[in-house]
Design a protein around this ligand. Structure first.
Ligand SMILES: CSC[C@H]1O[C@H](OP(=O)(O)O)[C@H](O)[C@@H]1O
Ligand SMILES: Nc1ncnc2[nH]cnc12
Length: 302
């Protein structure tokens, strides 16, 4: 069922959209979730343009899920081409409260071997000028990003990962580069010197927008390679990444399933109220159109 816009078409209001509690963003190698039941596809419109593709809505262990492949179903979008704002806004519109983000990453530490799962707690942003805020257009807000990952959700994922037999690394820093090229050896050495744990090209932008949308966010990062710093490994190639991904995609699906059954209904974390003291602009000064566009995000505060 596609959501329609325009004067001649009937628009579907947010309250009529099926409300999914958990969002799953699939990265490289994860384009669908066969275990979903009662599945249907939905195109969701946003004031920021089109998401990466149609959402797959369904249930997992009875819990409503919204799944989106961030690079598109055929992996047609570069990390820099992804419309992160549309993806996250659509998740909010669909009623998502928690996002599990599955990603391929390069490992910057010997101990994080290919095939291991990292659940980072921090990001370092080296992206270049991506659109990574919903604000502007007459409304100013500054959310806290000191702890960009929801520790409650990350804890659930860590427990779930261990339960399905994954080797996990809790905490650490995910450096998000712009890409699409992989790092030079010099960059890789510098990143290691900074104490970075894993490197990827997508997650920080999602985490920033999730926080603005008051959605809990955690990364399930599958280490696929040692980037290009490791003395006894060849520099990373797409072939290397895909091979490790294909060997481990079933593991990430098991982790998602085990995590979903461990999630209760309510949220005790601060993510749910991230905007409470963040909006600077008084409601009376926010342009009408901006208010209307951002209603799913700011509606409860203005
Ligand atoms: C296919 S290798 C590089 C590619 O893989 C990661 O994608 P994702 O985070 O969506 O799993 C990395 O960020 C790059 O986009
Ligand atoms: N080495 C690497 N650098 C950036 N993104 C990646 N995704 C998987 N491996 C990566």
């Amino acid at each position: 069922m596609a959501e329609k816009r325009g004067s001649k078409k009937r628009s579907v209001s947010r309250s009529k959209l099926p409300q999914a509690r958990i969002g799953v963003i699939g990265g490289s190698g994860l384009y669908q979730m066969e275990s979903l039941k009662e599945v249907r596809e939905m195109a969701v419109s946003t004031p920021f343009g089109k998401p990466s593709g149609k959402f797959i809505l369904g249930t997992l262990e009875g819990v409503p899920i919204a799944f989106l492949a961030r690079h598109g179903q055929g992996h047609t979008l570069l990390p820099s081409e992804i419309n992160y704002r549309a993806n996250l806004f659509a998740m909010k519109k669909l009623g998502v409260e928690r996002i599990l983000s599955v990603s391929a990453v390069g490992s910057m530490k010997e101990a994080i071997a290919p095939g291991h799962i990292a659940i980072p707690s921090q990001f370092y942003d080296l992206t270049k000028g991506r659109k990574s805020t919903f604000f502007g257009q007459g409304i100013v807000a500054h959310v806290s990003l000191a702890d960009p990952i929801c520790s409650e959700l990350a804890g659930i994922v860590a427990e779930a990962s261990e339960a399905v037999g994954a080797t996990i690394h809790r905490g650490g820093t995910y450096l998000c580069m712009e890409g699409p090229q992989f790092s030079t050896r010099a960059e890789s050495e510098v990143h290691r010197g900074w104490g970075v744990d894993v490197i990827g090209m997508t997650n920080v932008t999602e985490a920033k927008l999730a926080r603005e949308a008051e959605i809990c966010y955690t990364t399930i990062a599958l280490a696929t390679d040692y980037d290009c710093w490791h003395v006894s490994e060849e520099p990373v190639t797409v072939e290397m990444v895909i091979k490790t991904l294909l060997e481990n995609v079933a593991l990430s699906k098991k982790i998602i399933q085990a995590a979903v059954v461990r999630m209760g209904e309510g949220r005790r974390c601060a993510c749910a109220e991230a905007l409470k003291h963040a909006i600077v602009t008084p409601a009376s000064a926010i342009p009408k159109k901006t208010k209307a566009d951002l209603k799913p995000i700011i509606g409860k505060y203005i």
